[in-house]
Design a protein around this ligand. Structure first.
Ligand code: ASP
Ligand code: MG
Length: 418
């Protein structure tokens, strides 16, 4: 049994969907397909959420243009305008519009999940119908009925025990050879929709792989595999043929965009090989993530860039030092506001933290910290991580740049650059 995860870029157009079907049909094995929202639909839905909670005008326009984007694709794919797919997609848009007619709830995160999840519901509906139309019977599964999470909206945490039971029942492969389901979304035990964090479809695929004990997981992307840098940033980037689970975890943790950070743990536990492959070039072997030994890891420098970073420096407002009590209260404030910490440096009288810039959360965090501490911050920074660094690699990244913070361990060097 295979699990295939396809990202939004793979099905961002009618041609993309046709190419997807061609790939799926070239395999004759039991398959579960996990799919993201088409193209940039999630970004568009995020904008709709913002307008909805701030009660801005013009939502209708944005919903219409999202509908048009999808209708253009299905119009191109399906010759008959009375195909069931049209009704199904319109029904989903009606449901979305009905939600947007209501007043926002008191939780931004809750509304976010209820709205943004439509991207995956729509994409899987289209793709499942098109597979059927092209002669591959398949079953569309609403993953919210079996991938159960707690009610941490926007970042649902998996209820493994319950999901294990429900997912095994749902994907039984009796009378079904191909399943199509949504990445990124889940449901609470009271059937409220949750999401697993941006780019979370990889994680869904890993969870399903773990629970269903599959032979292998393939994630189809628009890159040849895992590269040692984003080729749009460093055009001389090279592909890594094979890496260990551990190395993949490290790369994802430091922000390599190719895989979602939570993806590797479940498949590592069951030693399920993960292949990152290009949906654009089927002859390309991709990158294999498996139990390779450290020796088999290619130890060339890997460059990871995170933009939009904020460096916060915090000092006690009185003349005290940064002590354990301060640290513990600071960490709990970061956790409470769910601000992701990328780098920490502590000295006697100040504590520096590099975090992702996220308007809403950061503002609340800074307000709370300012009560007891003096806070300064610098934004618009870059965090560069080099795995397997050497002098040449460091020089390449930092030459002519202002280094605001620097940290090095044997395997990893990190720089916060202005
Ligand atoms: N559609 C979601 C996102 O863009 C999930 C995913 O692509 O994995 O974040
Ligand atoms: Mg996506």
């Amino acid at each position: 049994m295979n699990i295939f995860k396809f990202g939004g870029a793979s099905v961002n157009s009618a041609d993309g969907v046709r190419n997807f079907v061609k790939i799926v049909q070239s395999y004759r094995e039991e398959t579960v397909i996990v799919l993201s929202a088409m193209g940039k639909s999630t970004d568009a839905l995020e904008e709709i959420v913002d307008d909805f909670v701030t009660k801005k005008d013009g939502i209708d326009c944005k919903v219409k243009s999202l509908l048009k984007y999808h209708l253009d694709i299905i119009n191109e794919l399906f010759p008959k305008k009375d195909d069931a797919v049209f009704l199904k997609v319109e029904a989903l848009f009606k449901e979305l519009s009905a939600y947007l007619q209501k007043a926002p709830s008191l939780s931004y995160e809750f509304d976010y999940d209820q709205i943004v999840s439509f991207g995956e519901l729509i994409s899987t509906t289209i793709v499942s119908e098109f597979l059927r139309f092209r002669g591959t019977p398949n079953k569309w599964v609403d993953i919210r009925t079996c991938l159960k999470t707690d009610d941490t909206y926007k970042e649902g945490r998996i209820d493994w025990e319950l999901s294990q039971k429900l997912i095994s029942q749902t994907f039984g492969f009796t009378n079904t050879f191909v399943y199509v389901t949504q990445g990124f979304i889940g449901g609470t035990i009271t059937n409220q929709t949750t999401t697993l964090g941006r780019e979370g479809s990889d994680y869904t695929a890993a969870i399903l792989s773990y629970i269903l004990d599959v032979d292998k997981l393939a994630i189809w992307k628009d890159v040849p595999g895992i590269m040692n840098a984003d080729p749009k940033w460093l055009p001389d980037a090279q592909k890594l043929e094979r890496i260990s689970y551990q190395e993949a975890i490290e790369l994802a943790f430091y922000g390599a965009k190719v895989i979602h950070p939570k993806t590797i743990q479940p498949i590592k536990k069951k030693k399920i090989p993960l292949q990152i492959r290009s949906f654009l070039d089927l002859n390309e072997s991709g990158t294999l993530i498996s139990t390779a030994s450290k020796k088999q890891d290619q130890l060339i420098p890997v460059y990871i860039r995170k933009q939009g970073q904020v460096l916060i420096s915090i000092r006690p407002s009185d003349f005290s030092f940064i002590l354990e009590e301060n640290l513990s209260s600071l960490f709990s404030v970061f956790a409470k506001h769910r601000v992701k910490v990328n780098l920490i440096q502590n000295s006697a009288i100040s504590f520096s933290v590099c975090v992702d810039h996220s308007e809403r959360r950061l503002k609340n965090l800074l307000e709370e910290i300012s009560v007891n501490f003096e806070v300064k911050y610098n934004d618009g920074l870059e965090l560069i991580t080099i795995r397997h660094h050497n002098a040449e690699a460091v020089e390449r990244m930092t030459k002519g740049r202002q280094i605001l913070l620097e940290q090095r361990s044997r395997d990893t060097a990190q720089f916060v650059l202005a």
